[in-house]
Every structure is written in C-alpha cells, then in structure tokens.
Design a protein around this ligand. Structure first.
Ligand code: SF4
Ligand code: FES
Length: 369
C-alpha cells in the first residue's frame, strides 16, 4: 500500500440537476436522480468528515448547485466544519437575495461559468435562452456583494475565437482569476468530440494568446490554462495524481478519485453512506488502484516524467487505449500517440450537431436545429 497524504480539496457534486444542458458537461451519461441525492444532514456529516480528514477547500458543484434549495444550509455546515467554500455555478437560479444569504452563510468564493461571450453563442451552447443576460446580472450582484470571483470559460472549436473577449469580460466583471479551460473529453464532451474538438491551429493560437495575456495582465488577472490535450505532446497531471490531492463525492454519496472514474469498469466505489471518508481515502481499493507509480507499465514505469504527470489521465487511457493502466495516448511515448493525433484532426474536421446533456432520468435531447 502506498503511503498517502491527506487530500487538499473535495468536490461535492451536490446534484446532477441543472437548468443548462451544455454538450461539454463532464457529468456521467447516467445522471443521478433527485430522490437518490444525499440529504442536508448527510452532506453536513460528510463536510465534517472531510475536515477531519484534512481537506481545506470544498468546491460545491453539480449539475447546478443552486438547484438545491438547501444550498445556504450546506454552505453554513461547511463553514461550521472549518472548510473554505467555493461555489461552482452557471449563475442560473441565483438571485441577489439568495447571494446575500450565501454571503451571510459564509460562502468564500464564486466560480462562474461562461459558455460564450455573446448571447447567441452562450445561449446556444448552454441550451438555455436568456442564460447569458441572466449571467451578466448575476456577475453584477457578485461584484456588488464583494465575493472573490473566478470566471470559468470552457472553450472548444465553436467558441475558441471568443477567448480575447472572455479575458476582457473577466476584467470588466472584476474577476481576480480566469480559468481558460479547453474542453476535456469525458462524460458528455466525449459524446460530442466531433462537434467540439478544436483544430490544431486553434489550440496553438489559444496557447499564444494566453502567454501574451499573462504578461499583459500580470498583477490584474491570474490566468489558469488547460490546453487542448489531444493536440499536446505530454499529458496533463490529472487530479494532481490519482488519490493524491483531491476527491469527488457524487450526488448519491459515491466517493470517486475523479469525476470520470466510473468509466473504469473494474473499479469498485464506496459510499459515504456506508463508510467514513477517511477509511475510503486511505484504504479504498479504487483510491489505491492508481495511487503513486507502482501500478505503471512501460514506458511510464521508467520515464523521468513519471512523478510529474503520473502517466496522464487514467480515464482517458481507458477511453482511448481500453486500458486504465496504459500510458495516456496524449503522450508522445505512447504507441497510440500518432493515431490519436490523426483522430483529433479527423474529429476537428467533422461537422456534427451538438448532443445536449439530458436531465437526470431523461434521454439526451435531440441535436440543436
Ligand atoms: Fe508521462 Fe508516462 Fe509519457 Fe512519461 S511515458 S511522459 S510518465 S505519460
Ligand atoms: Fe479520471 Fe483523469 S478524469 S483520471
């Protein structure tokens, strides 16, 4: 068994319900229904267990966390447990009054998603008419109340040209940070690869724009950047390394090493309903499976980068190579790397309609007209 350190962050997926239906959603294709969600009391206990385990930051996510009517109580419970709280939201479902109640409950930070920089783009990608106007209103309230704000722009082939405007919007909204996240292909995004895959030229231009903006906006705006990894030569250090710095709790209480871990068929996951979080983190078979470097095969096992990227993303290795212990095919040392680059180019040239994320218990919606 690898000696694990305590996690720093926990992502609590409070619900899979969401008014938007973004085709890039990282939620699983099989969404959890409301009846199966953890109760307020369950979550409060989980937050205490997380704090006891050593978690410092709690990310309240979904779906849309604001669809939980007890969100204010959950924030209060997290604050009482001593956790730093970040609300990851589309803004839909938040009113000024609700934001003030969240402020009173002790919410520390808000991360607001951006589907596009024009109403046409944002409303088309979110599948929600009027969503863009609503989001601008919410951003104004966030500024007025004084929450620290991060803007989260998910970029793909259809909206990468809007990156310069997204940076301007972050400044206009008073955000301290923007996350420029090129779509990662898990969950619904994997289903939409033909519609969303950026071209190699777009990926290179985004990297150039981010580098230039980091210099120009130094001291005014922090830019976190997730590049288009199918077009890269080395993979991302997914989750900071499996079971090393963070964990996710799904709406029904299932504890996951990452949001896509359930796509790895042989892993067994445990629930906070059955076992304390500390035992799941340190002893759970799913967390032990790819912790550290002992599970690696060649070329990762003897690679000088093995403790830099930990072989990339296990879920991507599963999806692309059919083996979660394989080298992530994004890596130049993977036997599948050239094939992946060719497939990325083919996805980027395909002209597919969007398949929107469904609501829990419902089939995916038809492609947009
Ligand atoms: Fe990372 Fe494995 Fe590639 Fe080395 S061979 S760079 S450890 S993915
Ligand atoms: Fe599961 Fe990367 S998303 S390890």
């Amino acid at each position: 068994m690898t000696k694990a350190k305590p996690p720093i962050a926990m992502l609590a997926e409070l619900t899979h319900r969401c008014p938007l239906s973004c085709p890039y959603c990282s939620n699983p294709l099989e969404l959890t229904r409301q009846e199966a969600e953890l109760s307020t009391e369950d979550w409060a206990r989980v937050f205490r267990e997380a704090a006891d385990l050593g978690v410092l930051q709690l990310h309240l996510s979904g779906g849309e966390p604001a669809t939980r009517r007890d969100l204010e109580d959950l924030v209060c419970a997290a604050r009482d447990a001593g956790l730093y709280t970040n609300l990851i939201t589309s803004g839909i479902g938040l009113t000024e009054r609700r934001l003030r109640a969240l402020d009173d409950a002790g919410l520390d930070h808000i991360q607001l998603s951006l589907q596009g920089t024009t109403p046409e783009m944002a409303d088309e990608i979110g599948g929600y008419r009027g969503g863009f106007a609503r989001k601008l209103q919410v951003a104004e309230w966030i500024g007025k109340i004084g929450f620290p704000l991060t803007l989260n722009a998910v970029l793909h082939r259809r909206n990468l040209h809007q990156l310069p405007r997204a940076l301007e919007m972050a400044l206009e909204m008073g955000a301290r940070r923007i996350e420029v996240a090129t779509v990662q292909f898990h969950g619904w995004a994997l289903k939409n690869r033909d519609a969303l895959m950026p071209t190699k030229a777009q990926a290179a231009e985004a990297t150039r724009l981010v580098a230039e903006a980091r210099v120009r906006l130094k001291g005014r705006l922090v830019i976190d950047y997730v590049p288009a990894d199918y077009h890269s030569d080395y993979p991302k250090r997914c989750m900071g390394g499996w079971g090393s710095t963070g964990l996710n709790v799904a709406p029904d209480g299932t504890v996951l090493p990452c949001h896509a871990a359930q796509t790895i068929p042989h892993l067994r996951f445990e629930s906070v309903r059955d076992r304390p979080l500390t035992a799941i983190w340190y002893e759970g078979a799913a967390f032990e499976a790819y912790r550290g470097t002992g599970w690696m095969k060649e070329p990762c096992a003897s690679c000088e980068r093995r403790e830099i990227d930990f072989g990339g993303c296990r879920c991507q290795a599963m999806a692309l190579a059919g083996d979660p212990a394989a080298t992530d095919p994004v890596c130049v040392k993977s036997a599948q790397h050239l094939d992946l680059q060719a497939r990325a180019a083919a996805h980027a040239e395909a002209d597919s309609p969007l398949t929107y994320r469904s609501a829990p218990g419902k089939p995916a919606t038809e492609p947009a007209e």
